[in-house]
Design a protein around this ligand. Structure first.
Ligand code: DAH
Length: 340
């Protein structure tokens, strides 16, 4: 038995030293240590030995097993290293190759301006809220003091889904949704940016465009507050020497109402082609929230007042960048977009 063990040890170590890959090594492991392995067989036969011989042979067998196992371990590490080195060599990266170019996009000019508008009003203490683009007739018109047969509905030719559901024609319905949600609490100081839809399509009108609505409701809100807010806005977005002008106007949801012009950003007010020689550019509609609108949304017009405004983001973008055809903003022509 002793000779048998020594013989196993000698061949095992010899075979191990000759193994050239991990598969061969695994076969050797099975050959000696597997269920029917040579060493396993010998160890199993120990039961037949005499009680005197058993501990001696046992010790030797354990020693030999440990030696073979250790050798197996060492060899495995060697072979694994070989495999890894080979892989690293094959995967070598040529750092002298010229870098691969990739195109980094830019933010759409419209959304650059929208971000600017949002930043300005955030700085003035307004928070940003959003409303649905598919809107109820009630919020889009009725609650804004535009009942079903009101002629002012004609100014906003709409896409109807059913008689009561449409694509919102302006962001003003978010005023109502916000007031309802606030549940008569004060103050309200929000802007609501988003997409709006109208049946319009030419060089200055698109069936889908963007607006930013503003609403402030509190005690003692005056027209002066509105004017100061809009002047601050106009100067931050168009430059510190801008002036604004408020012209009386009409919107069913404000009383009084005003259209707001900014002194021409091209000529400064002396008159040029951009401002049609008037010195002024119209930028938004505004006014004090109509008492009936406050009332319908759950506020007492005897107690509170508010101002509101709505501006077109496309228009402001076109003015700021001197773009003369609105459709350029939506054509997706990279030669145009890459300029911003
Ligand atoms: N919703 C109006 C429009 O789309 C713009 C507007 C005018 C909004 C006056 C207002 C406002 O909040 O007070 O034509």
């Amino acid at each position: 038995m002793r000779d048998k063990l020594q013989e196993i040890k000698a061949t095992a170590l010899d075979e191990l030293s000759k193994a050239v890959n991990l598969d061969q090594l695994e076969s050797l492991r099975i050959k000696y240590f597997g269920k029917k392995g040579e060493l396993t067989q010998v160890l199993r036969g120990m039961g037949k030995l005499s009680p005197e011989e058993r501990p001696l042979i046992g010790q030797l067998a354990n020693q030999i097993r440990d030696q073979i196992e250790e050798q197996l371990q060492v060899k495995r590490q060697d072979l694994e290293k070989v495999v890894q080195t080979k892989r690293l060599e094959e995967e070598r990266i040529d750092i002298t190759l010229p870098g691969r170019d990739f195109n980094l996009g830019t933010r759409h000019p419209l959304y650059q301006i929208l971000d600017e508008i949002i930043d300005i009003f955030r700085g003035l203490g307004f928070s940003v809220v959003e409303g649905p683009e598919i809107e109820l007739d009630y919020y889009n018109f009725e609650a804004l003091n535009l009942p079903k047969d009101h002629p002012a509905r004609d100014m906003q030719d709409s896409f109807y889904i059913t008689e009561e559901v449409l694509l919102r024609t302006h962001t003003s319905p978010v005023q109502i949704r916000t007031m309802e949600r606030k549940n008569s609490q004060l103050p309200i100081r929000i802007i609501a940016p988003g997409k709006v839809y109208r049946r319009d399509d030419d060089a200055t009108h698109s069936p889908m465009f963007h607006q930013v609505e503003g609403l402030l409701v509190d005690k003692h809100v005056t027209f002066g507050d509105l004017k100061g807010t809009l002047l601050t806005f106009a100067r931050q977005i168009f430059g510190q020497d801008r002036k604004i002008r408020l012209r009386p106007s009409y919107f069913p949801f404000t009383e009084p109402s005003a259209e707001v012009d900014v002194s021409c950003i091209n000529c400064g007010g002396s008159g040029c082609r951009v401002c049609s020689h008037t010195g002024w550019l119209e930028i938004l509609g505004s006014g004090l929230v109509h008492p009936r609108v406050l009332e319908m949304a759950g506020y007492d017009p005897e107690e509170v007042s508010g101002f509101a405004f709505g501006m077109g983001v496309e228009r402001i973008t076109m003015l700021k960048y001197g773009i003369d055809d609105l459709r350029l903003l939506f054509d997706n022509d990279l030669r145009f977009l890459q300029q911003f």
